[in-house]
Design a protein around this ligand. Sequence first.
Ligand code: ADP
Ligand code: ZN
Length: 551
Amino acid sequence: FKKNNYPHSSELFKVFRSTFGLRDFRPNQLEAINAAILGHDCFVLMPTGGGKSLCYQLPAVLSNGVTLVISPLKSLVIDQTEKLKSLDIPTAHLLGNMPHQEENIIFTKLCMAEPGLKMLYVTPEKIAASMKLGQILDNLYGRGKLARLVIDEAHCVSHWGHDFRPDYKRLGEFRKKYPNVPIMALTATATPRVRQDILHQLQISGTKLFLSSFNRPNLLYKVVPKKGKSVLAEIANDIKRKYEHQSGIIYCLSRKECDDTAAFMCEQGIKATSYHAGLVDTKRNDVQMKWITNKTNVVCATIAFGMGIDKPDVRFVFHYSLPKSIEGYYQESGRAGRDGKTSHCLLYYNYQDMHRIRKLIELDTSGTAESKKVHVQNLFRIVSYCENKADCRRTLQLNYFGETFNDNQCISNKETACDNCQNKASFKYIDVTEDSIEIVKTIKELCNSSSNWNNNFTLIHLIDIFKGSTNQKIKTNNHDKLSLHGRGKHWDRLDAERLMHKLVLEGYIKEEMVASKLDIINAFVRVGSQGEKLLQGSIKLKLALTSKNKL
Ligand code: ADP
Ligand code: ZN
């Protein structure tokens, strides 16, 4: 579909230049547009900011009849409609709470012999709720004036996506109802599982697939250790020094954390506000508006913030607490730098945040056992990402989405090379198999022992044993007599921690979440599901350690 000598091509380029005012296509745009105009079903996967909208807007202008666009986000629908109107493309939107009069004007236009609209944006709820709209679509279809169905943010149809919407499910009926109308589904969701599910749910097989690289070359990814309260002060200083008067987001885990962080930033003279689900709608809109119009610079928000907000000049996205998955991290950090300019994505990480999120998952009564398991798996993957000091961050993210990526592409741009690519020289891989076996053996021994020793101990205690600490708890329990005691005394503490974390994340050790009082859950160390395999000696483990270690 890359050709530009189709019968429609000259018209296509004319509209591209004069109506849309653009000069060069971005990767896959021309291909998707050609395929759409030729009547194929299309599935367009492009990262945020990649230019998905044009893939259906341009064909809409060239098609006979009305293109129906389903989009879940009111704010986006309104933005797009305004933008298209400003380009003199007859466009309208139907939303849940519109006055009847306004609706009727739109309906009248649609019923004209030659419909007075090229594009109609609707939310999925509106399609589900409005009988009148259904009748009008039937009528358009009957007259051959329903040009195309566009399903934007198509991941909303999938339970596996990050934003499932029940009303999207019903869009699967479209194919049966209007068999001759081509469908275009678009999303920036990159996981293969969600992609498969979208095609299945929408009942479109034989679709032309347009898959772009999900690499965001202008984003710098970095994982920063989050140690103690001073981190917030560091962040504030950083913002004042590097991003004065520029826009950014700080993602936090809880409402309270949003409020506290925003308050702290304000004390430091930064124009910051808090945003979370606990605020009333008007307040939330107000926060959004002020940020978009640069009246405030920094929003301290839960992940509810940012969906569907198309602010191009976001210079930084900081995660003050751990994201819930790699996919989530990709989406959230992806709100930076949509204008293509260098922007910074910093993830402030400590292992304890994992426990905070695990508690939320364990305490959540709405999920099934299966869904909890998936959530914990996702969480472990993002923790592994944070613990990783050796592999390119882009490679780690993109591999997760099934895309291959060559690290050289990351290093080649000095300004945006990830932390791991920049620090390659200061880490080297060490074989940690023997140490790991010794650790798992010790856990097994301790958990099986019937001595008066209380066999509930934490990972931190285990690290203390490994490092050879002689603190009170170790002495009273005689843990300084264990052969593991002091085995890692030459290790850098952070490396020792990373070894233990690796063993947890890969299932050799398990941290059992044990409920004690009310909300307090303790994590006690046990042998994990892969532990026996390791003891049998068939597994080799390597870990990248700081080269300052003298091992
Ligand atoms: P997406 O929906 O994939 O996140 P959009 O369709 O909103 O991205 O496009 C992102 C931005 O890029 C918009 O401002 C759009 O006008 C611009 N854009 C899209 N295609 C092109 C192009 N071929 N040339 C220049 N700018 C483009
Ligand atoms: Zn890299």
